[in-house]
Design a protein. Structure first.
Length: 394
């Protein structure tokens, strides 16, 4: 196994650094594709076809209106999805890694899903009800859990952080007795670090966009060329329909995918938080900045998203049974904290939107974050409010 510090460093001028200077026409075209309502093939609008056979939404903007956070609701398709998986990192053998709740005519969708909330001691947790499973029961070892769509604003700055900067944060934290670690994937250039997704399962924006196109809308890309999206061999009707409708072309060519990336990369990052505020001082004093740290771009400028882009064990409180890659079921990538007002406007924080405030999000921090949570809980009401005002830019 190659030691982490010997991992090949990706070129400092990252894909996002190039896209940040994208032609305004590319950004405008990317916005149009981002908002496009995809239709099934064959259709009279050839460029818009490729939807399904199974899907959760018909456009990127359905879950990220204006590039912002999705809206929590009791259904799937406006900012929520159902992730499927097991402790060993594998997907369900019949339904795959995501449960699609919509289908083209002639097919039964994978399932019907309704979402409610259960309040325990003043804190809510999602209540997920899955019914009408169209292709048999979930495997006994399969867990199902909600994922919400985060804000995409400031994506280019996170994309521009070099892999070696992330690894430097890992080294710093290990010296401090923390166990955060990078999600590492093989690559033609050596290895690359995951940074996108709740468990850092995508190494860059193009691969994250391609994954969302496949799982959310059922569109093929060069990364995921199968015309049936995420349909498994057990879902033979889905695959047969896709083959009947397919014309042997990739539904979203790289050039079109990159237009979406250009648009997402153009979304401005929020203004830097006020680091001179009382809230910022208390935030650092109780150790929140151990994980919610400032990263440095290749040119030396800070990225004030307050994330180390590393995986951390958050304990049983947030363990949903689903491992992804090197991320165990209790491990999550440190969430950026620079779009929190937008995230709360969408309905809630954390991977499933359960937290209705910053204080409630801290309440769910267990595992290696439990000591910081206890320090937050010991603060005066005024100091807790100061941290919330700092992070919400009040």
């Amino acid at each position: 196994m190659v030691p982490r510090l010997m991992i090949t460093v990706i070129l400092a001028l990252s894909f996002a650094s190039v896209m940040a200077a994208a032609d305004p026409l590319d950004v405008a075209a990317g916005k149009a594709v981002f908002e496009r309502q995809w239709v099934s093939a064959p259709s009279t609008t050839h460029s818009d076809e490729g939807l399904g056979p199974f899907y959760d939404a018909r456009s990127c903007s359905a879950c990220h209106a204006g590039g912002g956070a999705g809206q929590l609701s009791n259904t799937i398709g406006t900012g929520l999805l159902v992730r499927l998986g097991r402790h060993d990192g594998t997907a369900d053998p019949v339904y795959g890694a995501q449960l699609q709740t919509k289908s083209l005519p002639g097919l039964s969708p994978e399932a019907a899903v309704s979402i409610g909330w259960t309040v325990i001691d003043g804190h809510r947790i999602p209540s997920l009800h899955i019914s009408d499973l169209g292709y048999g029961a979930l495997a006994p070892q399969t867990y199902a859990a909600i994922r919400r769509a985060p804000s995409l604003r400031g994506a280019a700055e996170l994309e521009s952080v070099s892999d070696d900067a992330i690894l430097a944060g890992e080294t710093r934290e290990h010296r401090q007795g923390m166990s955060g670690h990078a999600q590492i994937f093989p690559d033609l250039a050596g290895r690359r670090l995951g940074r996108w997704g709740w468990k850092a399962t995508a190494v860059d924006l193009p691969s994250q966009v391609a994954l969302a196109l496949e799982r959310d809308i059922g569109l093929s890309t060069s990364d995921h060329p199968d015309p049936w999206g995420e349909c498994t061999p057990a879902e033979s009707g889905c695959r047969e329909m896709a083959l009947r409708n397919a014309d042997a072309r990739i539904e979203v060519p790289d050039a079109v995918r990159d237009l979406i990336v250009a648009y997402v990369s153009s979304l401005p990052a929020p203004a830097p938080l006020d680091e001179t505020s009382r809230g910022a001082a208390v935030f650092r004093q109780i150790g929140c900045d151990g994980c919610h740290a400032v990263l440095i771009q290749p040119d030396g400028r800070p990225v004030n998203a307050l994330t180390d882009l590393l995986l951390h064990d958050m304990g049983p409180e947030l363990d949903d049974g689903i491992a992804e890659g090197e991320a165990k079921s209790s491990e999550w990538r440190t969430a950026p904290l620079w779009n929190l007002a937008d995230e709360l406007a969408g309905g809630g924080l954390l991977h499933d939107g359960r937290a209705r405030s910053i204080g409630e999000a801290v309440h769910w921090h267990g595992g290696e974050a439990s000591h910081t949570r206890k320090r937050f809980e010991a603060l005066s009401a005024a100091d807790q409010a100061a941290i919330e005002n700092y992070l919400l830019e009040k």
